[in-house]
Design a protein around this ligand. Structure first.
Ligand code: ATP
Ligand code: MG
Length: 356
């Protein structure tokens, strides 16, 4: 029986990148689990969120908002275990144990802490000052991510393309642990979406992110129709008016074509064109402009998001907000039970825990 695990940080309401790169896959795996019997666990990873500065009250609110968003896209607490990472202390416990066999050198080659600190030099050479700014938690974050996955003995981890490197590291953590102690942990497979990462609407060389300050760079899954329209209308392209698919030369236009390809267009030529390249050819043949393309992207994105906002607000406010707390408490209990099974074996192998 496969075990699927993934997580998302409560650093704001999910955007289209999170949705197309990860959440839509989670929902698909949940639907498939009806047949396969896979076990599914999805976590709001609040311990990861504090690797960057957060305000306590805002974080508490954002955790609930993330839970409501996951339910709004169709995750179902009767089918998937949904919980806050910090409700399951086994994650942090395993992290410590893994960090005693994890390599600093390997962690240093990870790119995410560099991008979060906006260190652009390739080697990531750190001045004294940057070294002071780099917090231990941000640096060792991938070890916690490995623990999240390994503690649940996950076999499959559906994540966006930007997480490939971290998943590779998680496999390395499992191998290191197993070689040092005992063959207990499972090296998981990465499941990525067919799409490459969704890029920022204002800086199409960067990926769309929850935590970049510019709101116009992303479309939230709870956006209203009017917001979807204005964000796409304002998406940075270039001064050429024809539609071509050239990711290196025209990243903004390529991103729009990717979005259309992922969300699916409703044109009459639906059967013939679905990849970004095919779509671009189609627009070129028709002599269509970027404005035509943008209008189609708005319609396609809205078909995906229509209804999410209503469900999100409903879930947030049910039973004066208590309903969400109950869902989380139930999920957390199931997740603790699952994680504790692994931890009993891990503690024993390391020489911790009670005498057998
Ligand atoms: P933050 O900026 O706070 O890191 P984020 O937008 O990167 O937020 P995460 O919570 O770090 O979101 O990631 C949640 C999931 O969404 C991960 O599986 C990640 O790979 C995926 N993801 C994030 N951004 C994108 C993107 N632009 N395109 C595709 N997938 C993405
Ligand atoms: Mg991220």
């Amino acid at each position: 029986r496969n075990v699927v695990f993934s997580g998302i940080q409560p650093t704001g309401v999910p955007h289209l990148g999170n949705y197309l790169g990860a959440l839509r896959q989670w929902k698909r795996l949940q639907d498939e689990a009806q047949l396969t019997g896979d076990k599914l666990l999805f976590s709001v990873v609040d311990l990861h969120a504090i690797t960057m500065p957060q305000e306590a009250e805002a974080l508490r609110i954002q955790r609930r908002e993330m839970m409501a968003a996951l339910l709004a896209i169709g995750l179902d607490p009767d089918k998937s275990t949904l919980f806050f990472q910090s409700s399951v202390p086994q994650h942090a416990e395993l992290m410590w144990i893994l960090s005693c066999t994890a390599s600093m050198g390997y962690l240093g080659r990870m790119t995410q802490w560099k991008s979060k600190l906006q260190i652009n030099n390739k080697q990531g050479d750190l001045s004294e000052d940057a070294m002071t700014k780099l917090k231990l938690g941000l640096f060792s974050y991938p070890v916690l991510q490995a623990a999240d996955i390994l503690v649940h003995r996950a076999t499959h981890v559906p994540v966006g393309d930007d997480q490939r490197q971290h998943l590779e590291f998680a496999r390395e953590c499992a191998t290191n642990f197993n070689a040092t102690y005992k063959d207990i942990l499972i090296a998981p497979e990465t499941v990525t979406a067919p799409s490459p990462r969704v890029m920022s609407l204002t800086h199409p060389h960067n990926k769309m992110s929850k935590s970049t300050p510019n709101h116009r760079s992303r479309i939230l899954i709870t956006a209203r129709a009017e917001e979807v329209r204005s964000r796409i209308a304002g998406a940075v392209t270039d001064s050429l008016n024809a539609v071509t698919y050239e990711p290196d030369l025209r990243p903004g236009v390529a991103n729009l074509l990717e979005l259309l390809s992922q969300c699916g267009h409703s044109g009459e030529w639906k059967e013939e064109a679905s990849s970004p390249q095919q779509l671009a050819d189609r627009y070129a043949t028709a002599g269509a402009t970027l404005k035509d393309l943008k209008a189609d992207v708005v319609a396609a994105v809205w078909r995906e998001l229509d209804g999410v906002r209503g469900r999100y607000l409903d879930f947030l406010n049910r039973k004066g907000g208590k309903w969400l707390d109950e869902i989380e408490a139930e999920g957390a209990e199931a997740a603790r039970e699952n994680a504790e099974k692994t931890m009993r074996r891990v503690r024993h192998a390391v020489g911790l825990g009670p005498r057998p």
